[in-house]
Design a protein around this ligand. Structure first.
Ligand code: SAM
Length: 292
């Protein structure tokens, strides 16, 4: 973890500003945030053993799967504390396979950040080539930890990466889980309705969302498509509400929040990404000179 005094972290994020980016280890920053601060949280945590962000303290580089799940469970326990009692938490995560004995991952042309100098061992009880089931392991861990697991949304990616496999189908989806802090919570159902097939009426939004991934030149990893974040923000918040992303990356959530008139706080450990996020949000809303 980055070594610094976390007590002033939250104070440095002026929550009256439209978007604040806090540079730090989310585990430390979270400790400095008062309870029941945010109306919603949404994030895509670093995946396990998939990308090497290349710095100490990064989450996702744990040797053991159990440690990865335990780390994220404790991060998200803190997220639950800082969420308002009627708030929602949206968690995007993807599955992966055991390594088949390989100890590294090659870079690929489309996605240089996927190169890893190591790969974790096959978790106990699994075999080479097994699908690990990380999204559900994490979802069940969070459920056991006190979250209400309310929806599993399939994010279908029509423009998914091709895979050079010949013995299974190509993965074209990720998961988006919706968790609540309480049994009853705020959900603006009518803000995200879908059109009926004949185009004449409206229906409750369905649990499969087809959204293309959006390339983002500045970051060497997959960023959230804005179209994935938008319905979550609309369903969970009203204009002026405060949104939180504990793994801010390039700041997609900040950009969407400000476009929709919501305020946002993001935490990111890598200084380069903090700068990208600030630039990006400033570009979206140039009058937001007050970015922390
Ligand atoms: C999957 S990316 C998030 C991408 C983001 N949704 C976007 O649209 O750009 C995960 C991010 O978590 C950051 N990260 C990893 N460990 C962290 C930690 N301990 N504290 C804060 N950020 C961390 C990584 O640097 C990376 O930017």
């Amino acid at each position: 973890m980055v070594n610094h005094d976390a007590s002033h972290e939250w104070q440095s994020a002026d929550a009256t500003q439209p978007v604040s980016v806090i540079h730090g280890d989310t585990r430390e920053v979270l400790r400095s945030i008062p309870g029941e601060t945010f109306q919603m949280a949404i994030t895509s945590p670093p995946y396990w053993g998939v990308r090497d962000y290349g710095y100490a303290g990064q989450i996702g580089a744990e040797e053991r799967l159990e440690d990865y799940i335990a780390t994220l469970t404790s991060v998200f326990r803190e997220v639950r504390r800082v969420l308002k009692n009627d708030g929602l938490f949206w968690l995007n995560t993807a599955n992966c396979y055991t390594s088949d004995g390989r100890k590294w991952r090659d870079s690929d042309a489309k996605n240089k950040g996927r190169a890893m100098s190591y790969r974790p061992d096959t978790p106990e009880g699994l075999k080479p080539k097994d699908l690990i089931g990380i999204p559900w392991l994490l979802a069940f861990a969070l459920q056991q930890d006190g979250w209400f697991l309310r929806s599993d949304i399939i994010w279908h990616k029509p423009n998914c990466q091709p895979e050079s496999v010949r013995d299974r189908v190509t993965v074209a989806h990720e998961y988006l889980f919706m968790f609540s802090k309480s049994e009853h919570y705020t959900f603006h159902q009518s803000a995200i309705v879908e059109q009926t097939a004949d185009g004449k009426g409206q229906k409750n939004k369905r649990s499969v969302w087809s959204i293309n991934t959006e390339p983002f030149a500045e970051a060497h990893y997959a960023v959230f498509p804005k179209a994935l974040v938008r319905p979550c923000v609309l369903a969970s918040t009203q204009p002026g509400d405060l949104v939180f992303d504990p793994f801010f990356g390039s700041g997609t959530v900040g950009e969407v929040a400000s476009e929709l008139g919501r305020r946002c706080v993001g935490v990111e450990l890598k200084p380069d990404y903090v700068e990208i996020a600030k630039r990006r949000v400033r570009k979206a809303q140039p009058e937001f000179a007050g970015i922390a």
